[in-house]
Write a protein that binds this ligand. Structure first.
Ligand code: QUE
Length: 335
């Protein structure tokens, strides 16, 4: 019998703490074992004065971390274990808070898929380094969840100069950002080409100084996000769903039609929950946002849309969720 490989590999190299999320076949989605191992490493290293920085990575070359183990959460919901659901989110969000409070650089190397829970273990740290292979998104409305892991605090604060339109767009549509776009949007802090990651990693481990990052990073020119800013302000700068839909209809462009198609496909209930969550999150600190999110998970995971959304997207993969109320209920909102 072979021994199971640990799903989180934590090692020390000199002054660096190295964390490798190691469930490559599940795109390193966070399960409770990984979450508890992260919490243990943080608790030990927080008190360790010789530790200069933490480096967080995903194994397997395809993903940083695709999210949380929501298939398991769905199973816990369907089999009547609300305590297990509660424990999962409570411990995940505690890790998010501990990363935000970590006293030294917390450096994530994002060289692949980074969604949901993956955003949660990176965005609250000091350095979020992306490559040309990074893909970042908060796709929860597709599975009838909502942007959690502290993003109700982060998304309304993205530097957009447009009244929250950028964060609302990302949260409602689950828009996918490539590495450079994530820097433009403010979710990532540095762009480093994949071919330079080994040298950057070595410099961080040997020098123990996070300032080395600047030496490997490339400036990100204005790109898609800069180009979208005006239309994001016009459409997602609106605060209600009817106003957002009406503004998108009024655009009459292919891009606007695509956004409308996405909004009509995701859970209508999730859209309403997400809008209200971001509205409240804009006025709360991170701790309060995480508490609000945890309280919401109790109700939202019991709503039939959650089990159905995870089924359609991640279990049966038919991409055909049957929402209740259905997406046509949205028609009542459209002027
Ligand atoms: C929304 C989500 C998640 C998602 C897709 C969504 C999520 C998540 C995964 C995921 C993807 C691949 C895996 C896996 C999980 O996808 O949270 O184990 O192999 O974990 O549209 O919230």
């Amino acid at each position: 019998m072979t021994e199971a490989e640990p799903s989180l590999i934590a090692t020390r190299q000199g002054g660096a703490g190295l964390l490798l999320m190691n469930r490559p076949r599940a795109l390193n989605a966070l399960d409770l074992g990984m979450i508890d191992a992260l919490a243990a490493a943080i608790a030990a290293w927080r008190e360790d004065a010789a530790l200069r920085l933490v480096l967080l990575e995903g194994a397997g070359g395809r993903a940083f971390c695709a999210g949380g183990d929501v298939r398991r959460v769905r199973q816990d919901v369907l089999e009547g274990r609300p305590e297990a659901v509660e424990a999962f989110f409570a411990r995940e969000y505690a890790v998010n808070a501990a990363i935000a409070a970590f006293p030294r650089p917390w450096i994530s190397l994002i060289d692949g898929v980074c969604m949901g829970g993956g955003i949660g273990v990176s965005v609250h740290g000091s350095h979020r380094i992306v490559t040309e292979h990074a893909m970042l998104a908060m796709p929860e409305t597709a599975i009838a969840l909502f942007p959690d892991v502290g993003t109700s605090h982060v998304l309304p604060r993205l530097p957009d100069g447009l009244g929250g339109g950028l964060g609302r767009w990302l949260a409602l549509t689950g828009a996918r950002l490539h590495g450079a776009e994530a820097v433009e949007a403010g979710l990532a802090t540095h762009f480093v080409p994949r071919e330079r990651l080994p040298a950057l990693r070595a410099a961080l481990i040997e020098g123990g100084d996070a300032a080395a990052v600047a030496h490997y990073a490339e400036p990100v020119p204005e790109g898609r996000i800069a180009a979208l800013r005006p239309v994001l302000a016009r459409c997602f700068g609106q605060e209600s769903l009817p106003a957002i839909l009406a503004a998108l209809e009024a655009e009459g462009t292919e891009w606007a039609a695509e956004q409308l198609a996405i909004l009509r496909r995701v859970s209508p209930t999730s859209l309403a929950v997400t809008l209200e969550l971001l509205r409240r999150g804009a006025a709360l600190n991170l701790t309060a946002c995480l508490e609000m999110e945890l309280a919401l998970t109790r109700r939202v995971t019991q709503h039939p849309d959650f089990a159905e959304g995870v089924r359609a997207v991640l279990v049966d993969k038919d991409q055909t969720p049957r929402w209740s109320p259905p997406a046509d209920a949205m028609a009542f909102f459209t002027p």
